[in-house]
Design a binder for this molecule. Structure first.
Ligand code: AMP
Ligand code: MG
Length: 411
């Protein structure tokens, strides 16, 4: 049987194989900054300006020339400089200038003495502290130099990046085009969300789950709907997906049942790289290539589909989208509050709830039944409890590895 030709891979081996093969898409477009949230920089962004754009005062106080401080006392105030209203006019020697935070430094000023160290009187100001050259002056380009790289290529643009670019006066940016992902579910039992169900039918939740995750990852989703367990229909769907997308994601039909055509058609139209993983849930997961696109075949069981999407498809999409800033969620250690069942053999991704203790530790417990059809196990979960392949059942009080995820089921 063909199945024997495919190795049962560990998660790490599968990821290595996938990420070792795929490269970033290349098309570039120029967008207004206001439309660029979630998009990926196509090239490094360099600053068109200095920040701050001019030397300015870091304090409310007095701008001084150091030589004048030794000569006379008190020193008359010859004028004022405000943020937005620079000092103009003559600045006679032997005098100081009143200056406010953010005001451009007057030509010749060597330091700002803060007003807390000044005693103004009728004849001028006396200073109660010595001044050092350059003190309380924010220098031009201190924060960002003209021409410096502010954002590297391959960075997804969000709240940490876009306001910075806006502050530099940048209003257009070159980004990679969106990754086009075609998506369909397979199964004669599936009905669209909201449709009435006849005996034996269920709603197609996987397409909904996957579409939400794809949208969060900034993909252009080409939703091809529900495809029947029929070789002809599947062939047509794969051909269309291969014409229109960069990546094809299917759900269902990749196990070894009699209606599991997905794998057979993939073998006919493309090349399967692997289709079985030593993980639970999510053993039947297919990866490979069609003529123009990559494909990922998710298992039909909703938990398996979500877990394999999270662990495998997410990093793949990130790589294809050109992002180089992405990291998997950190794995942490937490104390297990109640025992967990596990048979050695496959790496297990149980759903758990973790929280911090007042002492600064982490504790975790399972969400309850962990069947690959129990999607409600995600409801309260905020992490995976990651159990190694060789690991057996775990007793309460032992330390386990957890991998936090957010409510969008993304890292
Ligand atoms: P399959 O991988 O096609 O053998 O499906 C495995 C299990 O997942 C079966 O119980 C299917 O009814 C169920 N299933 C398949 N596709 C979906 C889907 N899109 N949404 C919800 N359940 C599904
Ligand atoms: Mg099926």
């Amino acid at each position: 049987m063909a199945a024997l030709n495919f190795p049962l891979l560990t998660l790490a081996q599968a990821l290595d194989r996938m990420l070792g093969k795929v490269k970033s898409i290349e098309g570039v477009e120029t967008l207004d900054l206001t439309n660029a949230a979630g998009r990926v920089t196509a090239q490094p962004v360099v600053s068109p300006v200095n920040v701050p754009p001019f030397d300015n005062s870091a304090m409310d106080g007095y701008a001084v020339r150091l030589a004048d401080l030794d000569v006379s006392d008190p020193l008359p105030v010859a004028g004022k400089a405000f943020a937005g209203v620079p000092f103009s006019g003559d600045w006679p020697s032997g005098t100081v200038l009143r200056i406010m935070t953010g005001a451009p430094m007057p030509a010749g000023a060597q330091a700002v003495i803060m007003q807390e160290q000044a005693e103004p009187g009728p004849d001028g100001v006396r200073f109660t502290a010595k001044a050092k050259a350059g003190q309380n002056i924010r220098r031009i380009g201190d924060d960002i130099r003209l021409g410096a790289e502010v954002i590297p290529a391959g960075r997804a643009l969000g709240v940490a990046e876009l306001p910075l670019l806006a502050s530099l006066g940048i209003d257009k940016i070159q980004v990679l085009r969106r990754l086009k992902v075609a998506l369909f579910s397979t199964g004669d039992e599936l009905q669209p969300i909201g449709a009435p169900l006849a005996a034996g039918q269920i709603h197609d939740t996987n397409r909904f789950t996957v579409r939400l995750m794809l949208q969060q990852l900034g993909c252009d989703v080409i939703d091809l709907g529900i495809i029947a367990d029929d070789a002809q229909a599947l062939r047509a769907a794969f051909r269309e997906a291969d014409e229109r997308a960069d990546l094809v994601i299917t759900s269902g039909g990749v196990s070894v049942g009699e209606a599991d055509y997905t794998k057979t058609i993939l073998e006919e139209l493309g090349k399967i790289d692997f289709w079985q993983l030593a993980i639970k849930p999510g053993k039947p997961f297919a990866f490979g290539r069609l003529d123009h696109t990559w494909f990922c075949g998710l298992p039909g069981n909703p938990v398996s589909a979500a877990v394999t999407f999270y662990q495998l498809v997410q990093p793949l999409i990130v790589r294809l989208s050109g992002r180089v800033d992405w990291r998997p969620a950190p794995r942490l250690r937490a104390r297990l509050l109640a025992p967990l069942k596990k048979t050695p053999g496959r790496m297990d991704f149980q759903r758990g709830i973790f929280y911090g203790t007042p002492e600064g530790g982490l504790e975790v417990r399972s969400t309850g039944p962990q069947g690959s059809h129990v999607f409600s196990s995600f409801n309260q979960a905020n992490c995976f409890i990651v159990l190694d392949a060789e690991q057996g059942s775990v007793a309460a009080g032992e330390s386990v590895t957890i991998e936090p995820f957010n409510h969008l089921l993304l890292s």
